[in-house]
Structure formats: C-alpha cells, structure tokens
Design a protein around this ligand. Structure first.
Ligand code: HEM
Ligand code: HEM
Length: 463
C-alpha cells in the first residue's frame, strides 16, 4: 500500500474534505427539492430527479455526508492529540473512510434509482448498512487502541464523546434499521414505526450530538486559552445525555397509537433534556466568558459559539414540541422541517465547520486560505438558515391550524406558496455558502500560507 495512507492525520484530512464536498452535493439536492415543491414541472421526465427520490438523497447526504463525515474527521485529529499519542492505525482509518463514503455515495446513486428501504433516516439498503457498520467497527477498534496506547492519563470529555458515538451507533443503527431482516429492513405494521424512530431519533441524538459536543469541548477552551470550566460537569452532561436521549424517540410518533406508557416516558424525558443541554451550553459559556475578544475574533470559534446558540434554541423548541397538545398544531408540517434545519445545520453543521476550520491548519501545516471567505460563508448560511427557520415555522403554523380546523389541503397550498418560494430563494444563500466553503478548503490545502515550525508547535501545544 502506498506510503500516502500512512501519513499521520491524512485520514482525518480526507474525512474533513469529504464533509465539505458532501455539503455542496446535499445542498444541491436540497435546492432541487425546494424548487420542486414550488414548481413540480421543473426538470420534467427525469425519473431520478423527482421529489420522492431527491429528498432522501438530500437528507442522508447532509446528515451522514456533511455533518457526520466532517465531525469524524475532526475527532480523528483531536482524539490522538488529547491522548498525546498518534492514531493507532492510519490505514485502518483510511479503510473506514472508504467504507463510510461508499455508503453515503449509495444515496445519490441508489435512492435515485429506487434502491432504498423507504424508511425515513433508515433509507440505506442492507448492503450499504453492512458497509457502514464495518466502517463503524473499524473506527471503534482504532479509537480503543489509540486510547490503550495513550501517554496522557486523563480522558478528556471530547474523547468520551468520540468513543461513545461509535459504540452507541454500533448498537443503535442495526436495531433501528432492522438489519436482521435484510429483505425489507423493516418490521411488520405499527411496531415498525418504533424501530424506525429509534434510529431516526438516535441519529441526531447519539451520533450527531456527541460528535458535535466533543468537537466544541475541544475547540472552545483552546481558543479561550483557558481550561474547561468544569470537567465534572462535562461528564455529568455526558451521562445524562445517554440516560435521557436514548429512549425518547417515541416523541416522533405521539400522534400514533403507540403504547401510552411509552408516550409518557418520551414526553417527560424530552422535557428533562433541558438539563444535559444546559450543562453543555453553560459549561462552554463559562469557559468562554470574559474571553470574548479571543472567541468572537476567531472565525472558527465564532462558528462554534453560534452553533451552541442554535443548540440552545433547538433544545428549547424540542421539549415544547414534545407536548402532545402543542404537537397537534406543529406535527405533520413544516414546523418540524424548520426544527430539523436549525438542529442539523445550525447546531451540527456550524460546529462541524468551526471545528474543521480550527483543525485544518493543524493537520495540513497551512493557514486557512481566506478568513474572509470563512466569514462570508458564516454570513451566507446564517442569513439562509435564520430565514428558513422563520418561513418554515410560519408555514407550519398555517398548516397546523388549517388541519385542526378541518380545512382541505388544496385550499391551504396557495397560502403556503410565498413561504415555499422564500425557502427556495434562501436555499441559494446556503448553497453558495457551501460552495464558498469547499473552495476555501481546497485552496487552503493547495495554496494556504505555510505555518512556521514555531507557529505549528504553539498551535499544537495548546491542546
Ligand atoms: C432537548 C432536545 C430535543 C428535543 C426534546 C427534541 C424534540 C423533537 C421532537 C418532539 C420532534 C418531532 C416533532 C414532530 O414530528 O412533531 C423532533 C424532530 C426532529 N429533531 Fe429534535 N429535539 C431535540 C433536539 C434535537 C437535536 C439536538 C437535533 C439534532 C442534532 C434534533 C433533530 C431533529 C430532527 C432532524 C427532527 C425531524 C425528524 C423528522 O423528520 O420528523 N433535535 N425533535
Ligand atoms: C440549500 C439549502 C437547503 C435547502 C434548499 C433545503 C431544502 C429542504 C427541503 C425542500 C426538504 C424537504 C422538506 C419537506 O419534505 O417538506 C428538506 C428536508 C431536510 N433537510 Fe434540508 N435544505 C437545505 C439545507 C440543509 C442542510 C444544510 C441540512 C443539514 C445539515 C438539511 C437537513 C434537512 C433535514 C434533516 C430534512 C428533513 C426534515 C424533516 O423531515 O423534518 N438541509 N430540506
């Protein structure tokens, strides 16, 4: 195998670049989906570009491809750095890289031609599920061995989150995807909704959330040049996340005839989620407090703090929309789509981008090509996402009230048109932001100013 695959941190870099690439691809599919919701006759007679096929490509490419891939790349850098050792096997990490990305590629190549299990967030077909699981198992092996070979005694909380992400995914993904039934990847009847939402819920909660939280806990103290406010608090947040988040997926199907005890548990613990979320937000806030100039003056740290702000908003909205009475207005409509975007792009995506921009120079030995482009990307996606949140929330309230008043769908559609047109227009900002970001990443690797040995040492020592 060529030496290339042994180069330290090369797999981390590959994951981060792939994440930036998938952001552009996912945004393109999002744009086409949004246009199709406004103008269904756009690009007629292209069987693989119809809403039902491009929507899952958009969603899966964004979640696994952009946010997940980029955050794994960050973790493959900070885990060995925090353990003061090297990644156990760079080649194994490359193997995970190829397998992980084959699964993501099976979205645009497979879903578009009908190769899907057709269950939201569980669309990958069985063979792609298997490939993803092997990637996860290889990552577990690599991280465990890196921990075993560490020279640093203390396991900083980011390492806990990174390791736990893969352990949880190895347990949760096969369950939600019903992998023991390869033919359908589904259970019969209503019970399937519980399996489906077990993973549909734990994908954001126990894959994206721990990856993003781990990355934020790594970058913020470094940028603030101070230790984390409280290590104990950070671990309390970690254990509360797994104690509460793992079993509340029932809040996605509260309006269905699932057992009442499950609804009750889901609702109560959804509300209790404010505790671990507040712990993360407060701990990072107290770390960054009085270091405003360092944090807000740095484009990467600013993205992360903005991500934390979106996390807070998402997780105030989340418990509220878990209340069944309120959900009668917010369920089955664009309110939830608004929540999904601020959660996945606002929280997961912002932190992925911020951590990537922080780590990229450490991995490549080159400065970011243009901080102005990072700021431009920040502005574009912030404008687009804030707009998304507003128009989708209003559209959702119109739909929800109409539904509750027994109004027919076709009479509501004209009222929604301005919001759907606005969403498509706002998407252009996010797509441009994604493209600017990818260009900046590629240019940083090719033409970023080389860091001097002293600069690189100082940056690495801050870990
Ligand atoms: C306190 C934390 C949270 C609570 C209690 C919560 C609650 C909920 C509820 C009740 C729904 C379903 C709404 C409906 O269908 O009517 C939902 C949807 C969703 N949530 Fe959250 N949420 C939280 C945080 C998050 C976070 C941190 C993420 C992402 C990392 C996230 C991602 C999503 C997504 C993608 C959906 C859309 C699912 C779909 O397609 O229907 N949520 N959330
Ligand atoms: C160019 C920007 C984007 C556009 C135009 C766009 C558009 C769309 C559209 C049209 C849908 C389908 C909504 C429906 O079925 O009614 C959707 C769903 C979704 N998008 Fe995006 N999107 C964009 C960016 C993103 C980003 C950056 C992420 C995550 C990082 C994301 C995550 C999601 C998720 C999780 C859903 C499923 C929501 C649900 O089922 O509740 N999108 N998006």
């Amino acid at each position: 195998m060529p030496k290339f695959f042994d180069k330290p941190q090369s797999a981390s870099l590959a994951f981060m670049v792939a994440g930036a690439f998938w952001f552009v691809v996912g945004a393109l599919y999002g744009m086409i989906s949004a246009i199709h919701l406004v103008s269904p006759e756009f690009l007629p007679n292209v069987s693989w570009l119809v809403f039902g096929r491009e929507r899952p490509v958009h969603v899966n490419t964004m979640l696994y491809g952009f946010v997940g891939t980029m955050l794994i790349g960050c973790g493959l850098y900070y885990t060995p750095a925090l353990l003061r050792t090297r990644l156990w096997s760079e080649r194994l990490a490359w193997a995970s890289f190829f397998l992980w990305n084959i699964t993501i590629l099976s979205g645009p190549l497979g879903f578009s031609f009908g190769h899907t299990q057709g269950r939201e967030y569980n669309e990958y077909i069985w063979s792609a599920d298997m490939i993803l699981m092997v990637a996860v198992l290889l990552l577990i092996c690599n991280v465990v061995m890196t921990i075993a070979n560490r020279t640093e005694e203390q396991l900083y909380v980011s390492v806990w989150y990174f390791m736990a992400t893969f352990l949880w995914t190895a347990g949760n993904y096969p369950l939600g995807n019903v992998m023991w039934r390869p033919a359908t990847g589904a259970m019969p009847g209503l019970i399937d909704s519980l399996f489906l939402w077990f993973w549909g819920h734990n994908l954001p909660g126990l894959l994206i959330t721990p990856l993003a939280t781990g990355a934020a806990y790594f970058v913020i103290p470094r940028m603030a040049r101070t230790p984390l406010n409280s290590h104990t608090l950070s671990l309390l947040g970690f254990w509360l996340l797994i104690a509460l988040y793992s079993h509340i997926g029932g809040h996605h199907v509260l309006q269905s005839p699932i057992p009442n005890w499950l609804k009750a548990v889901s609702i109560v613990d959804s509300v209790a989620m404010v505790v671990p979320v507040s712990i993360v937000v407060l701990n990072l806030w107290l770390t960054a407090r009085q270091r405003g100039r360092l944090i807000w003056g740095d484009p990467a740290a600013r993205l992360i703090m903005a991500g934390i702000a979106w996390y807070l908003i998402t997780c105030i909205q989340g418990p509220v929309q878990s209340l069944p009475y309120l959900q009668r207005v917010t369920h089955f409509n664009n309110w939830t789509v608004g929540h999904a975007h601020i959660a996945m792009l606002g929280f997961g995506g912002y932190i992925a981008l911020g951590a990537m921009y922080h780590i990229l120079p450490l991995v490549t030995g080159r400065c970011i090509y243009s901080n102005r482009l990072v700021n431009l990307q920040f502005g574009l996606i912030t404008f687009g996402l804030t707009g998304f949140f507003i128009v989708l929330t209003i559209a959702g309230l119109i739909q929800g009230n109409a539904w509750n008043n027994g109004e027919t769908v076709y009479r509501v559609l004209p009222q929604l048109a301005p919001y759907f047109i606005s969403r498509a227009a706002l998407g252009v900002f996010i797509l441009t932001g994604a493209s600017v970001g990818f260009y900046n990443v590629v240019m940083s690797i090719r033409a970023g100013r080389e860091l001097s040995v002293g600069e690189l040492q100082r940056a690495e020592e801050a870990a």
